[in-house]
Write a protein that binds this ligand. Structure first.
Ligand code: EPZ
Length: 419
């Protein structure tokens, strides 16, 4: 497995482009299942998860072709309506093929994702919503067996705010007979991006970005061209890396309006931040101050930025409290940060971090995508060398992270695993 070798202590400085958003690209690629026409999706990042999703869609019979930063998909000949366990277990977002496949083809067989490092992550809300729209769903041998003559509109109240749950049901409702209302819907920008792509394909959707989304089903959707939004979590990760190392950064193609909670916390930590329409600049002119945070659904502080801020808090002035309310096991990075000398105590879903003057480099293990981002930030801060193992986790969600960080002056290189 590849490793990242980092010599810490260099303040980041310079500018980088933010890539297309992983968590918008994944549902948007699945939207191509809803039509026999071709969908051209631009600004698709080169990531493991995107590669996995394109492989799954091709296996289902989609025509998939990379055209530079774009991907052209055509769903004219869907002939294998199955998302197999060996693929789904590597990427839970595969569940996003369920809604569109069922809506377009009347049946789908999707492996249950199973748990993952950060939590149980059930998909009961996806299933409950599709049943409300008239689907017959059986769970057999670890698979979701779904069938529906034609889905019909329904009023669906989501017990919990679920990003992919909202996205799955919105795609299914786009071709259902009648109107669907999703209440307590997720408000994330990635949900809005998907809704805008579906609208370009002829769907009739109102309220995306609010907690009530209304979809008027249509008989068919047509092809379109759509450009994926920039990745707000990649952008946030680089902003924290620049703040934590006491540097300065200009992010191009970044949307500050997608990062208000994160920018607010960075300002509280002492960063000077200027936001332009599609760029964000940060400068750290003073020592980092410890910040408390509590994760919650958008527009509150995002759980996907929790590990990154924890890494920064380990060397901040003061003590901080981080409360994780979305996932039940998203502190896997704590043990690894403690091996680097961090002073962190975990009690349930809360962590208390006492800022120290420095971390010391060590060999640490990545366990999930955002935990590994936190460990890279810790390596950039620490004295000496840090080796981050199992870097495939980070490749799932960050496009060439060592290249972008090197551009900013970081001393980081990838060591390829022996074949
Ligand atoms: C999406 O996951 C993101 N993934 C995650 O990003 C992100 O952390 C998460 O939303 C929260 O913002 C993609 O968009 C591909 P949820 P998702 O359904 O949709 C519970 C990353 O790092 N729940 O919003 O799977 C669930 O257990 C990844 O890029 C149910 O109980 O998350 C969790 O506690 C990690 N039943 C909460 O809701 C359900 O049917 C929120 O989960 C669905 C969810």
């Amino acid at each position: 497995m590849d490793q990242l070798l980092i010599q810490g202590g260099v303040p980041l400085s310079g500018e980088v482009h933010v890539s297309g958003a992983k968590n918008a690209a994944l549902p948007i690629l699945c939207a191509a299942l809803l039509t026999g026409d071709s969908l051209l999706v631009d600004n698709v990042p080169q990531l493991r998860d995107v590669h996995t999703m394109l492989g799954l869609l091709a296996q289902m019979g989609m025509q998939v072709a990379r055209e530079g930063t774009a991907v052209r998909l055509s769903g004219a000949n869907l002939d294998h309506l199955v998302a197999p366990y060996d693929l789904v277990k590597t990427m839970r977002a595969s569940i996003l093929v369920l809604g569109p496949t069922l809506a377009r083809c009347g049946r789908a067989r999707v492996s249950l994702p199973g748990g993952c490092a950060i939590g149980l992550r059930p998909v009961d809300l996806h299933i409950k919503g599709l049943e409300a729209m008239g689907a017959t769903i059986r769970i057999e041998h670890g698979y979701i067996e779904a069938a529906a003559q034609r889905l019909h509109g329904a009023r669906i109240f989501m017990d919990l705010v679920s990003v992919t749950g909202t996205e799955n049901l919105m795609m299914a409702a786009a071709l259902a007979d009648g109107a669907t209302v999703i209440e307590n819907a997720a408000r994330e920008p990635e949900v809005v991006d998907l809704a805008q792509c579906l609208t370009a394909m002829g769907a009739r959707i109102e309220g995306a970005g609010s907690d009530v989304i209304r979809i008027e089903g249509v008989a068919r959707l047509h092809g379109a061209q759509y450009r994926v939004m920039p990745d707000r979590i990649e952008a946030g990760t680089f902003l924290v890396a620049a703040a934590a190392t006491g540097g300065r950064l200009r992010l191009l193609e970044a949307r500050a309006d997608h990062l208000e909670a994160v920018v607010e916390k960075l300002r509280e930590a002492g960063a000077t931040i200027e936001a332009a329409p599609d760029a964000i600049s940060l400068e750290m002119r003073q020592p980092v101050r410890a910040v408390n945070l509590r994760t919650a659904p958008y527009p509150a502080f995002p759980t996907d930025m929790q590990a990154q801020f924890m890494a920064m808090n380990t060397v901040a002035q003061g003590t901080s409290l981080i409360t994780e309310t979305i996932f039940e096991n998203r502190f896997m990075h704590v043990q690894e940060l403690k091996r680097m000398g961090a002073d962190i105590e975990v009690e349930g879903n809360a962590a208390v971090i006492r800022g120290k003057s420095a971390l010391s480099g060590a060999t640490v293990m990545a366990t999930d995508l955002r935990a590994s981002a936190g460990l890279v930030i810790a390596g950039l801060i620490a004295q000496g060398e840090t080796v981050v193992d199992r870097v495939y986790h980070i490749d799932r969600g960050y496009e060439c992270i060592e290249g972008k960080l090197s551009q900013l002056g970081a001393r980081i290189r990838r060591v390829r695993a022996h074949p």
